[in-house]
Design a protein around this ligand. Structure first.
Ligand code: ZN
Length: 228
């Protein structure tokens, strides 16, 4: 082996010229640090699914997929690093990749939280649309509840709204609804609420809200309250 497991400097003998650790001692130090780093990463990983629900972005599912990829990459890297350290093999590149992944769940969580928290609440935009379907996945804490509506955004067919249990129960396929969206302080649009369209365009009366014209819907039949 050429590099110290602990500090990464080139070594000629068994003892590292930079940190003074023998290769056995450096292995112990490295694997202990790996465990701590993995612990920090897991804390961030618990934070993300929770914090992302507070001000759920419209694209929450895409972000959860990205987060899942990061999670399994970090997990795999940690296992590979541990094995390579035991075998006293070169780990420098993988070590840098791993430490680069650690802050990602924290950065994502904090960004999504601030994106909603710092939003002024004055730029709520209401979009008239129709419920197309629902999705429920039971989870340990809250589960995943989505109401699908026809999208008002360019190039998209549906929006997957991260609703709470009440909204999940109250809306069904075919319901006419108004979806309130905040632009987000960091430019990530997030889902503020969904309201039943009452025929009167404003429900509830949104002070200073701007309306966008309803996009033509593929089906405009009468609401079917109990179909899913
Ligand atoms: Zn060293």
């Amino acid at each position: 082996m050429t590099r110290c497991l602990d500090c990464g400097s080139e070594r000629t003998g068994d003892q590292c010229p930079a940190c003074g650790l023998t290769s056995a001692a450096a292995e112990v130090v490295f694997r202990k640090r790996l465990l701590v780093q993995m612990g920090i990463f897991l804390v961030g990983s618990l934070l993300f699914p929770t914090l992302s629900q507070v001000y759920p972005p419209l694209d929450i599912d895409a972000m959860l997929v990205f987060y899942g990829v990061v999670f399994f990459m970090a997990l795999t890297l940690a296992i590979v690093l541990d094995r390579r350290a035991r075998a006293r093999k070169e780990i420098e590149l993988l070590k840098h990749l791993f430490t680069g992944l650690i802050p990602i769940p924290f950065i994502l969580s904090v960004a999504l939280f601030l994106n909603g928290k710092l939003d002024s609440k004055k730029e709520l935009t209401y979009h008239a649309t129709t419920v197309e379907g629902r999705y429920l996945m039971r989870g340990l804490v809250r589960g995943t509840k989505r109401v699908f509506v026809y999208s008002w955004r360019e190039g998209r067919k549906y929006e997957r709204l991260a609703v709470d249990a009440d909204d999940y129960d109250r809306f069904h396929t075919g319901d006419k609804v108004n979806v309130a969206v905040e632009p987000g302080a960091l430019g990530i649009p997030w889902f503020y609420g969904v309201y039943r369209a009452t025929g009167i365009k404003f429900s509830p009366p949104p002070p200073g809200a701007k309306w966008e014209a309803e996009k033509p819907q593929p089906q405009t039949g009468s609401p079917k309250p109990n179909s899913q």
